[in-house]
Design a protein around this ligand. Structure first.
Ligand SMILES: C[S@@+](CC[C@H](N)C(=O)[O-])C[C@H]1O[C@@H](n2cnc3c(N)ncnc32)[C@H](O)[C@@H]1O
Length: 389
């Protein structure tokens, strides 16, 4: 059937109406007219795919990746990059209005490195070769989202025997760590990779090189262990953290909840007399303490605990939770605390909006800035400044 796409969904799929039901059609843009076939018919919604285009949008470009549409990684690379940034901004405005009834007009910060920006990839094995993680197990030799040091490792590993391997994670920028889970000929892997990697981990055991790799962000060097979180877009990290620094300002005590490897607290360490970082993952806390040492920071301490288990104290609070946002206990503790200023860093505008709806009882949303940390994907990072009313 022939339909016209009206707008974009929050995950950047085209939306039309068929039989009065909202219908999502992948890889389409507002204004496009497409010949579509329904692939799923549920109670409230349909899903469809494009059979052919009758009229294409001027915002459409040809994706450069041969695995586009199969992998799901660079899932919006059919949109002109600058237009995609405008769409993201409009989507976040809509989400915040819809779920927290707040009107916002954020800036969105981005840079020119829209390909090869990622410092991490997770791959599976299919027929003895590295393949993408999604439903479609396509073997790959190159990913346009990761940096070329990682791409080199993908090509080298494809020349080894990977038949009994379950998963491979490659991370880093200048220093590269390869994590292999499954059965592999360790000598063969070391021989092939030794000139190009800093660390090789097989089934949680280091078989070559250092325990961790490092990534430099402005004046700071950060250690990354196999299981610790690190922002994936290396080039954009300092832009994001500079905004967190600007919003946080200065003061006596900074509480950094969900602190990961302590990266934000360390970046802000000159502006506060004392910083406490809270993180549930033990490996991340080990990384945070190494980072404290490497960077010679003395006014920061890290506590391995759940955010919901600690008392909310300090002048300024930073929260940077995972995609599911703040839990009920933590948000209630924040509402009942005497914190003056909150900087909320979020990779999921929907849970951010849900949390802002609660926080706005006591705090004004003073400013919000978006960061395109994930070009060519439908994801976006948000940084909010909230001030006590
Ligand atoms: C989005 S990452 C942020 C890390 C860090 N702020 C950064 O910029 O690299 C979220 C972190 O929250 C941690 N985390 C998840 N649930 C938590 C909880 N209930 N309490 C404390 N930390 C938690 C995760 O282990 C992860 O390191």
């Amino acid at each position: 059937m022939i339909v016209k796409i009206d707008n974009l969904s929050h995950d950047m799929r085209g939306i039309t109406r068929i039989d009065n039901k909202v219908t999502f059609i992948d890889n389409t843009l507002p204004g496009e007219i497409v010949n579509t076939k329904l692939t799923k018919q549920k109670k409230d919604i349909n899903e469809g795919k494009v059979l052919s285009f009758v009229e294409q949008s001027l915002d459409r470009v040809k994706p450069i990746c041969p695995y586009y549409n199969v992998c799901g990684g660079c899932n919006i690379s059919h949109i002109d990059y600058l237009k995609s940034v405008i769409y993201k901004k409009e989507i976040v405005k809509d989400i915040i209005k819809k779920y927290s009834d707040l009107d916002i007009n954020p800036d969105i910060i981005y840079d020119n490195n829209i390909y090869n920006y990622r410092n991490k990839i997770t791959l599976k094995i299919n027929n003895g070769k590295l393949s993408l993680v999604g439903e479609n197990k396509v073997n790959i030799d190159y990913c346009y989202l990761v940096n070329d040091n990682i791409n080199k490792i993908i090509q080298l590993l494809n020349g080894t025997h990977l038949e009994l391997v379950d998963e491979v994670i490659i991370k880093g920028t200048n220093e590269i760590m390869v994590i292999i889970n499954g059965t592999v000929d360790e000598k063969e892997v070391i021989n092939i990779l030794r000139d190009d990697v800093t660390s090789i981990i097989v089934n949680d055991n280091k078989i070559y090189g250092k325990d961790y790799i490092t990534i430099k962000v402005k004046d700071y060097i950060y250690a990354i262990y196999p299981n610790s979180f690190f922002q994936v877009n290396t080039g954009m990290i300092s832009k994001l953290y500079d905004k967190v620094l600007e919003y946080a300002g200065d003061g006596k005590l900074l509480l950094d909840l969900y602190c990961g490897a302590g990266t934000i607290g360390i970046y802000l360490s000159q502006n506060f007399s004392r910083i406490i970082g809270i993180e549930v993952n033990k490996d991340a806390v080990v990384s945070a303490n190494i980072n404290k040492k490497i960077n010679g920071i003395n006014n920061i301490e890290f506590i391995c605990n759940k955010s919901s288990d600690i008392e909310i104290i300090g002048d300024v609070l930073i929260v940077d939770p995972p995609r599911n946002g703040l839990d009920k206990i933590t948000i209630n503790k924040i509402i009942n605390s005497s914190i003056n200023k909150i900087v909320y860093v979020s990779c999921n505008p929907i849970t951010l909006a849900r949390d802002l709806k609660v926080l706005k009882e006591k705090y004004d949303l003073d400013e919000i800035t978006l960061f395109d940390m994930f070009p060519n994907t439908n994801h976006v990072e948000c940084v909010c400044l909230l001030k006590l009313k």
